[in-house]
Design a protein around this ligand. Structure first.
Ligand SMILES: Cc1cc2nc3c(=O)[nH]c(=O)nc-3n(C[C@H](O)[C@H](O)[C@H](O)COP(=O)(O)OP(=O)(O)OC[C@H]3O[C@@H](n4cnc5c(N)ncnc54)[C@H](O)[C@@H]3O)c2cc1C
Ligand code: FES
Length: 279
């Protein structure tokens, strides 16, 4: 029998979990499905701590479908020691997982409104569960727009899913790349440039942003300029984490702890701190 996992079981104890599948999405990004031996209910925007035994533990957002809690999915870009070791693992290997942690994207704010999702690079992974929920409850929202920027065409993630969101769920997906050599049918340029022309009613819209901080800052400002209310723009932040439960202070961001007060914040709350180069 499959049991139901809850964070309160033992918040710091990783659950040994087998890798059910390992897919290479791009040259530096991979998607793993894990078997933690229990269903893993979560809300879009929440993250787990993943432990590569003998190497280290890192925070990773859950990138799967919240409607399928028996599938625990993470999409990871290789940047350093732990993500490199994780990317070298094969199907059947075991890693530790604890979570889910953190505050989710507040989807109830979007009921009856237009929705703008702005993603940069690997930032599409933490937004993917939100897009799954928007697709599953599509009639509850107005227009839904995804604006997604990557470096090169070969870095574009979840292409087939984007087709489905576009064709079956009436989600307007626009992809832009920083650089392209011939044959690229999409936009070239920064994702912020898509905001002024995107099809949504700013006076009644909600925006969810995830990507490099500079991209979120410029996107939030472009959305504000277009007329979206400040309190309806949300961002997901990344900071170094150790405990993930508000004890160690590693993830402190001003007066907030990103692990328990975030990672999703109203932009208004973190705007001033994001403007500082380093805190
Ligand atoms: C709440 C939360 C959710 C996250 N979700 C995801 C996710 O879904 N997918 C994902 O791929 N990553 C995600 N991250 C980022 C991920 O945790 C880091 O990439 C990871 O901790 C890096 O560990 P490492 O040991 O591989 O690299 P390290 O050895 O710690 O770092 C190596 C080098 O990479 C730099 N670096 C570290 N992190 C990043 C980064 N995020 N971007 C660019 N350079 C970096 C360091 O400054 C250093 O120079 C998330 C982070 C947080 C806080
Ligand atoms: S990671 Fe320990 S307080 Fe946030």
């Amino acid at each position: 029998m499959i049991s139901r996992h809850t964070t309160s079981d033992a918040p710091m104890l990783p659950r040994p979990s087998r890798i059910r599948s390992m897919i290479r999405d791009t040259h530096d990004t991979f998607t793993m499905e894990l078997d933690p031996g229990a269903t893993w209910a979560f809300e879009p925007g929440q993250f787990n701590m993943l432990y590569v035994f003998g190497v280290g533990e890192v925070p990773l957002s859950i990138s799967g479908d919240p409607g399928q809690p028996h599938q625990l999915v993470h999409t990871t870009r290789v940047v350093g020691t732990v993500t490199k070791a994780m990317g070298a693992l094969r199907r059947g290997a075991c890693i530790g997982v604890r979570g889910p942690y953190g505050r989710p994207w507040p989807l109830e704010v979007a009921l009856g409104r237009d929705v703008v999702v702005v993603a940069g690079g690997i930032g599409l992974a933490p937004l993917r569960p939100l897009l799954h929920n928007l697709a599953a409850r599509r009639a509850a929202f107005g227009r839904v727009v995804l604006l997604y920027g990557t470096r090169m065409p070969e870095d574009v993630l979840f292409r087939r899913e984007m087709e489905r969101w576009r064709e079956e769920h009436d989600i307007a997906c626009s992809v832009t790349v920083d650089r392209a050599i011939g044959g690229w049918p999409g936009y070239v340029g920064v994702v912020t440039a898509l905001i002024p022309r995107a099809p949504f009613d700013a006076s009644n819209a909600v925006a969810y942003l995830c990507g490099p901080e500079i991209m979120m800052r410029f996107s939030a400002e472009a959305l504000r300029k277009r007329g979206i209310a400040a309190e309806r723009v949300f961002v997901s932040l990344e900071r170094n984490m150790k405990c993930a439960i508000g004890h160690c202070g590693h993830c402190q961001f001003g007066a907030a702890f990103v692990c328990k007060d975030g990672p999703v914040f109203p932009y208004e709350r973190v705007k001033r701190l994001l403007e500082l180069r380093e805190i």
